[in-house]
Design a protein around this ligand. Sequence first.
Ligand SMILES: Cc1cc2nc3c(=O)[nH]c(=O)nc-3n(C[C@H](O)[C@H](O)[C@H](O)COP(=O)(O)O)c2cc1C
Ligand code: SF4
Length: 415
Amino acid sequence: MSQLNQVLLHEQSRVGADLDAWLATIGGQGLTRALAEPAALIPLIEEAGLRGLGGSGYPTFKKWQFVATQPNAQDKYLICNGNEDEPGTFKDRLLLQEAPHQVIEGACITALACNINRIIFYINPDQKSSLAVMEQAVQQWRESQWFVAIEKALGKELELTVRPSSGHYIGGEETAAIESVEGKFPFPRGKPPFPAEFGVFGKPTLINNMETLSNVSHIVRHGAQWYRDLGLGSSHGTKIYCLSGDVLYPGAYELPMGTPLSTLIYEYGGGMLLEKQLKAVFTGGPSNTILTPKDLDVPLDYDSVRERDSSLGTGAMIVISEGTGIVKRVAEYVNFFAHSSCGQCPSCKNGTFYAAQLLTRIDTGRGSRADLYALMNLCQMLPGSGRCHMLDGALKVLQSSLHHFMDEYEEAVNR
Ligand SMILES: Cc1cc2nc3c(=O)[nH]c(=O)nc-3n(C[C@H](O)[C@H](O)[C@H](O)COP(=O)(O)O)c2cc1C
Ligand code: SF4
């Protein structure tokens, strides 16, 4: 495979943040169809097989259906999630900066499908240029003919808002994002009730990732079969893989969903730096089970990666070469999670800090066998004890490093 299959990153990024240039090319065609037949949108997204590209892989049409069928709500919210704070993930900022109208069109079509009138673009405050580009692009939409047409179709006033997200990693979790939009610290909420029933200020709320929304206008424009045909094997559409670490050409590659890991690393990434051997790949951000060289053939789609007991997550692939200490790397990631913990669940706050402490001790040659057993114990005791998935993500990377690289832990405690 040598042909890049870029739809989201190339097709519209040529026109940047200029609404007129965008409309003069391909923009608006999805929205025109959506305005003509809003009731056809959810079945179309179901047929296309679009899944959440923010990490969960949850079928998009199901979330849309939950919100669309909520009764008696004048106001409904859409949070377009661009918090993007996990190490190794850098795709949403590209979509925002290079193709803002693609995101906005996708969000407006989503609003028509679910009868949503309040759209919030929730963007990481450290990504100042993403915020500035979106402010400008959203203002262009507010002044455009589309705005009036959407309001007419919805039968209620439309509100488009650009809002800095909380700036914390945890602020990207969907219920934490709702708290943040309400002006509070992003503490994840317990579920149920789910956001579709009780979200922003108690109103039905849909949360979708920027990449998910970017796909929507293309699916409406080209049809479900076109989208299905973009993937490889039984996978649908494209995925923006964020490749980083010890490869020759790190970057964001939009490729067919299901592209094998080896193709991403050796064809698009140019292979390993200094022709070193591959040792490990931290996936999905580093909050999943680590992949190893025996997984090089894995097609990078949700189901295939799950079959290897890992998860595609955000599509981030952090590549590690032989010679890199796994314990040190895992200590850095677990430390990141410890500092990201919101502190609501003692098992998460204490557990991640304790794990980070043990890892640092072991990595620096001050650890004992008891420390290693304590780490193993944490992996047994803590999963499932947090309110949100952050704790389980931190434990997955720890547990899989113990599983695959116990020799390095052993060596460190025997030093
Ligand atoms: C700790 C944590 C952080 C998250 N951060 C993000 C984020 O920055 N962006 C995002 O889209 N989803 C993030 N998610 C996933 C969201 O909770 C949610 O599943 C997603 O926004 C839904 O969009 P999708 O269905 O389009 O993927 C995070 C989840 C967790 C547990
Ligand atoms: S698991 Fe951690 S991050 Fe999630 S709610 Fe509990 S303390 Fe907060």
